[in-house]
Design a protein around this ligand. Structure first.
Ligand code: ADP
Length: 477
């Protein structure tokens, strides 16, 4: 590539000689053209060679003038035109070299940014960044140490493997410059970059290393941010998936609940419709019609209980709570009345009651305590389908001072230990083959708990599958 400018220098020299142009001829300025051409195409070296040759070829015309007239004006002019191509070639060539190096550096910095902006993890991309930094700086070795404070520090070398032993010994013979720079983009230090060159590390190289260190730090910060963002997006995606799944579950539970409610309402309604129709269309004897009316009455009561339970639960779930009308309560009388009713209705079961002689006085909502007792008794009967003993106890709580205990115990199917914490939650029903057909909405126990809480009390359960259960309502006396 330098052949072109050198050929032009020779052509100008030949032309000048042929035309008999002397040292002061304006044609001599044409020598600047090949010097500039060489500097632009080959940098400082090319510019210097072409400029030097142009000066050299002018010398035979200038030196005789100096010899003849000393340092006269034409002689000085000749000397200046002898030096200018060399000076121009060298200066422009240097500028070209510098801008080329700067361009290559900028390109490498962009590559570093692009490399760290990739999708792969930071650790996997660090070696590539070290190699790019090494190329951009024109040094022999680069080592990057990152400590992001979230695990083991990351280290990357360029070249990746240490130099062979023979070249190491050669290295020791040569002075080696090492520069260690912090990687800090203003958010705190994230690591260091060490650059090494066999021989000198000039001022310009140090400046360039500082710029590269700053860009690496910026790119690392960006990569960290991008990684955090990806992590955050993933978390968000997981949360949305979980929320969607929960919504689906709620939707399923709602449909299931509506099916159960419709079934629960339909059973007493069918009985009501059937018996009332019989009474309307047929001539039924008096005693039979009384029996039918009894059924109508008990089924309408059942319907009423379901609706009341649902309304109460809606009140509790909306945070409105239950309103109580407290009054001094005769617990003995309440227990006896309920045991009597249940004993009449469930001949398969043996009802027992045990009411302590000295019962602490209780000030509570009669209707609420009655509902709690009825719910527990209903469950005791419902979940011991083969019959058995049902015990109702009322006594001062032995393990909680100042509390009255109202307990219902059965020897029915019992509840598995893992299901015990959930039985007081609304709509929860524990599957058991013996009681699969038992009616219910999973509301009874949650209402018992809500009523006990409304009185400042609590409810507890002990149960063994296949042995039976004991529910205790504890109310402040
Ligand atoms: P429901 O009886 O309408 O299903 P509950 O809230 O009263 O609703 O009871 C919730 C669940 O707890 C029942 O479905 C049943 O599985 C279990 N359970 C309640 N009482 C007993 C009991 N005495 N023995 C065995 N399991 C019971």
């Amino acid at each position: 590539m330098i052949a072109g400018p050198l050929g032009l220098v020779a052509l100008i020299a030949v032309s000048m000689a042929a035309a008999g142009a002397d040292a002061g001829s304006p044609v001599r300025h044409l020598y600047l053209v090949p010097a500039l051409w060489a500097a632009l195409s080959r940098g400082a070296m090319g510019g210097a060679v072409a400029g030097f040759l142009a000066g050299l070829l002018q010398a035979p015309a200038i030196f005789p003038v100096i010899e003849e007239s000393g340092l006269s004006r034409p002689a000085l002019e000749g000397l200046v035109s002898l030096c200018i191509p060399l000076a121009l070639g060298l200066t422009v060539g240097r500028l070209v070299d510098q801008s080329r190096a700067r361009g290559a550096q900028l390109l490498a910095l962009v590559e570093i940014q692009l490399s760290l902006a990739g999708e792969t993890a930071l650790a996997a991309r660090l070696a590539e960044v070290a190699a790019l930094a090494r190329r951009a700086l024109g040094v022999d070795r680069v080592r990057l140490d990152l400590d992001l404070g979230n695990g083991a520090p990351l280290v990357a070398h360029a070249p990746a493997s240490p130099p062979p032993a023979e070249s190491q010994s050669r290295r020791h013979a040569m002075p080696c410059r090492r520069l260690v720079l912090p990687l800090d983009a203003g958010q705190g230090r994230v690591g260091t970059m060490a650059v090494e060159r066999d021989g000198d590390l000039g001022f310009a190289a140090r400046g360039a290393a500082e710029a590269v260190a700053l860009h690496v730090a910026l790119a690392v910060e960006n990569a960290r941010l991008a990684e955090r963002q990806r992590h955050f997006a993933q978390e968000l995606e997981d949360q949305i998936a979980q929320a969607t799944e929960r919504l689906r579950e709620i939707d399923r539970a709602k449909s299931e609940f509506l099916t159960v409610v419709s079934h629960e309402l339909r059973t007493p309604l069918t009985a009501l419709q059937g018996f009332s129709e019989l009474l309307l269309v047929r001539d039924v004897p008096l005693d039979q019609s009384r029996r039918y009316l009894g059924h109508v009455h008990s089924e309408s009561q059942r319907l009423g209980r379901i609706v009341t339970d649902l309304l109460d639960l809606t009140r509790i779930e909306s945070g409105r709570g239950l309103s109580l009308r407290r009054e001094p309560l005769d617990v003995r009388e309440l227990v006896e009345a309920n045991v009597e009713i249940f004993a009449c209705q469930h001949p398969l079961h043996r009802f027992e009651r045990c009411v302590a002689e000295a019962l602490p006085p209780l000030c509570a909502d009669r209707d609420a305590v009655d509902r709690m007792l009825k719910n527990l008794l209903t469950n005791a009967v419902k979940y011991s389908p083969r019959g058995g003993r049902v015990l109702v106890e009322a006594c001062p709580a032995t393990d909680r001072a100042g509390m009255l205990e109202l307990a219902v115990e059965d020897d029915g199917v019992g509840i598995p230990a893992e299901a015990l914490p959930r039985v007081f939650d609304p709509y929860v029903r524990i599957a058991h083959p013996d009681t699969a057909r038992a009616p219910g909405l999973g509301l009874g126990l949650s209402l018992v708990r809500a009523l006990a809480h409304a009185h400042g009390g609590l409810v507890e359960v002990e149960s063994l599958p296949g042995k039976g259960s004991r529910f205790r309502v504890l109310l402040p006396a």
